[in-house]
Design a protein around this ligand. Structure first.
Ligand SMILES: N[C@@H](CCC(=O)N[C@@H](CS)C(=O)NCC(=O)O)C(=O)O
Length: 217
């Protein structure tokens, strides 16, 4: 059955891989599933046809036969459940990998997004200078905890899993801020994720959309 995902017709990041379709592309590349992409404009995302698939008018979505999904956590979980390669077979290890997926979107991503908003959307507000250290410290405190847990390991819990895929995807958002560099083991963790051939293919595919040139990975 053909898998079709949606992505920005033109991503606001110009192809840095931060648009969330990259996570889905990465998961599909990891499990070796081909997929098609339907590009949507910001206007089309708010129109009824897209809202029928994504109630919040966002990307990415995932369609496969009669199944239509939104939310990257749910989509990556679905892919990982349906195809081998992203979740351990052992039931307890599998449950822990799923916990890391939730931790990525529920514990790590909110303060990271808040920092992005403070930097990009609120920099002209009179209170921004005062608020920024608070927002940065919230991110730092989560990174400190994550860094302590990762220690010298390559991945969060044994072999690479959907938990790592989601966590690396979320942390990538911090690359430009420099905060990640304060935690060398997390920077190295993110670099390990980016070095995976499946990530490279996913990154190249989303970049190709934004540059108009064919993928090179
Ligand atoms: N929690 C959602 C967030 C989806 C999301 O924020 N998508 C962004 C692109 S990465 C979007 O569509 N932004 C445009 C908008 O919200 O209008 C997920 O993980 O799928």
């Amino acid at each position: 059955m053909t898998i079709t995902i949606t992505a920005f017709e033109r991503s606001p990041d110009g192809g840095k891989g931060l648009a969330r379709d990259t996570r889905i592309r990465w998961a599909l590349e990891e499990v070796g599933q081909p997929y098609e992409v339907r590009l949507v404009s910001f206007r089309a995302m708010k129109e009824p046809a897209h809202l029928a698939v994504h109630p919040f008018g966002q990307i990415p979505t995932y369609e496969e036969g009669e199944l239509a999904l939104f939310e990257t956590g749910a989509i990556v979980f679905h892919i990982a459940q349906r195809h081998p390669g992203l979740l351990p077979v052992d039931a307890n290890a599998r449950a822990r990998a799923i916990a890391w997926m939730f931790a990525a979107v529920n514990t790590m991503e909110p303060p990271i997004l808040e920092l992005g908003n403070a930097r990009l959307l609120e920099s002209d507000k009179p209170w921004n200078k005062e608020r920024m250290p608070l927002v940065e410290d919230r991110v730092r405190s989560r990174l400190k905890q994550l860094s302590a847990r990762l220690g010298h390991a390559d991945w969060l819990d044994g072999a690479f899993s959907a938990g790592d895929l989601m966590m690396v995807s979320v942390l990538l958002r911090l690359k430009a801020s420099g905060i990640l560099d304060e935690f060398p083991n997390l920077s190295a963790y993110v670099a390990r994720g980016e070095a995976r051939p499946a990530y490279k293919r996913a990154f190249a595919a989303q970049l190709a959309v934004n540059t108009g040139k064919p993928p090179t990975a």
